[in-house]
Design a protein around this ligand. Sequence first.
Ligand code: PMP
Length: 401
Amino acid sequence: DSVFASIVQAPEDPILGVTVAYNKDQSPVKLNLGVGAYRTEEGKPLVLNVVRKAEQMLVNDESRVKEYLPITGVADFNKLSAKLIFGADSPAIQENRVTTVQCLSGTGSLRVGGEFLAKHYHEKTIYIPLPTWGNHPKVFTLAGLSVKTYRYYDPKTRGLDFSGLLEDLQNAPSGAIVLLHACAHNPTGVDPTSDQWEQIRQLMRSKALLPFFDSAYQGFASGSLDADATPVRMFVADGGECLAAQSYAKNMGLYGERVGALSIVCKGADVASRVESQLKLVIRPMYSNPPIHGASIVAAILKDGDMYTEWTVELKAMADRIISMRHQLFEALQAKGTPGDWSHIIKQIGMFTFTGLNSDQVAFMTKEFHIYMTSDGRISMAGLSSRTIPHLANAIHAAVT
Ligand code: PMP
């Protein structure tokens, strides 16, 4: 008998498992709104033109070799990633008090940051929003932190539970780590206003709470890279410390290339350099050093003025298409007279709409309409097109009536 005979079958991942179920469905009208991956109007995955161009340049450059990268990754990529999130004129960067290491996309950046904090930071509790991306609690628990939640979303208003948020952060122990979605909160699509961000910043600084930003959607929320980085820059501008995990999965469409960065903003250059030395000790036994290809694509685009501009145009087009899907879905439900207030579809921000549909309604839509989404009623707007919106509107209408 197998030495593994007693191992029990694990459940599918709640998000990636949606795609597994979708792939098994033979219906021609099936629709996958589970995973947050951009699709074109034709329902196809998109490789940005500027990414193709950068890859061609890399292939044609015969001086490129396949040697190991340093533990911290591609140096240019790290510098340019810090500039992208903190701003080209960030004093923290100019004062050399930011350390940035290339990691395996957003998830890997969160994990490395989590492990670093578990090993070296005095307070081991991290507060994550309720709800949040399903992988957050697992990543931080396995990193060795203790995970607690702060109130974030109010199902009654389908908006931010701002007073609950402030109260929970107020009651957190001094020094606790707080995970903040930099923009386009997943799964709710609800972000604080800039006034609310300012109040959150003041409260967190007054209690010495440590901000850990998860930036998985920079540029995807508003279509502007700078506008979407504003909350992070507010926290850096006050001279305080913070962490930021960046992903290029969505904004450059590099999902499977696994390219991201972890930055730690410190009070001074000497601390930053010691922090980096310890990040290397976290990374080395985990995966030794990161892969070359994706980070080289990003560095090529970020360092070239024309390619950078081309990227911003393609990024804006993706963001605009998502916003247009919001309006089309909202209008389709209005036209059908579907009961309820659906204005949250156009108010929410980023890749997802938190529909408010419950798990029974979701199961009904999957069974009767072959529409796949996570059981919390989150739908990826990036997976919709003008062609599929009527089908979704019919399904929602049927589910609520
Ligand atoms: N954080 C959030 C909030 C996300 O939505 C995602 C992607 N779904 C990630 C991090 C990480 O994604 P990746 O590892 O593919 O960059």
